[in-house]
Design a protein around this ligand. Structure first.
Ligand code: SF4
Length: 244
């Protein structure tokens, strides 16, 4: 479902003539035992936010936190933005199975889970029919698309297969990969993007640190040499001049 198209408009919650301030889902999930009396919905319940706001406006004004344990957040909800622009952001993956020492995202968003390839293709066709020309693929750990355990079942699809099949969708002229971990940016993905007429040679690759000792302390899954190799391959395959 489009991210900004709720089935019914959500009423604005009010309390004693003033607006409630809702906590953001990630904050609610992470701090749900200490929300300082503010209402909010966690990683799973945010998809029912319109219902929760309605309940809030009917209630006695007391704050309510609707959030389960993060271990129980294991389903994927696809969404995309749609407005009068020709570019949209399409969520294909959520959550992360990595344990980078500085990051709270796994505690706030849960395990890695994704849409199916067929689900993404269906959304892309729908977007093309609505006049969208460019899709930005988004996720928390996008390169992990199709992997991991979800709802107790093992997933076996790959991000590479996804982009190959998206490339054939009629009506979409451009794709961008929003951000991808260096260790998951495979050579076959780089080569495919370099040869594709639709996937833009646009790579956002988080480095986080230039020292291998620091990267190890951060529990990142690559060394700086791997990062340098990826950048060199992108420059070569996408024919980017050294000064660019
Ligand atoms: S890969 Fe990204 S989202 Fe996952 S734990 Fe590391 S920094 Fe956080």
């Amino acid at each position: 479902m489009p991210a900004d198209r709720a089935p019914h408009p959500a009423p604005r919650p009010r309390q004693h003539g003033s607006h409630h301030r809702l906590l953001r889902p990630a904050q609610t999930q992470r701090d749900r035992r200490d929300t300082r009396g503010r209402p909010g919905t966690g990683a799973a319940e945010k998809f029912n936010i319109a219902d929760h706001i309605r309940e809030l406006t009917k209630g006695d004004g007391g704050a309510k936190v609707c959030s389960c344990d993060i271990e129980d957040v294991n389903t994927f909800h696809s969404s995309y933005s749609i407005n009068d622009r020709t570019r949209t952001f399409l969520k294909v993956q959520d959550g992360c199975d990595y344990t980078c020492s500085f990051c709270t995202i796994p505690m706030a968003r849960g395990i890695s889970r994704s849409d199916s390839i067929e689900g993404v293709l269906q959304n892309a066709r729908e977007l093309a029919a609505n006049g969208v020309k460019e899709i930005v693929l988004t996720g928390v750990n996008l390169g992990d698309f199709g992997k991991g355990f979800e709802g107790g079942k093992r997933r076996e699809e790959s991000f590479f297969d996804l982009i190959r099949q998206l490339d054939a969708i009629e009506g979409i002229e451009r794709y961008r990969i929003s951000s991808i971990e260096p260790n998951l940016l495979t050579d076959e993905i780089i080569d495919f993007v370099a040869a594709s007429k639709k996937f833009m040679p646009h790579f956002h690759i988080p480095l986080q640190g230039g020292s291998n000792d620091i990267l190890a302390l951060m529990r990142r899954r690559y060394r700086r040499e791997l990062y340098a190799d990826k950048v060199a391959r992108i420059r070569k395959r996408c024919r980017i001049a050294p000064s660019a």
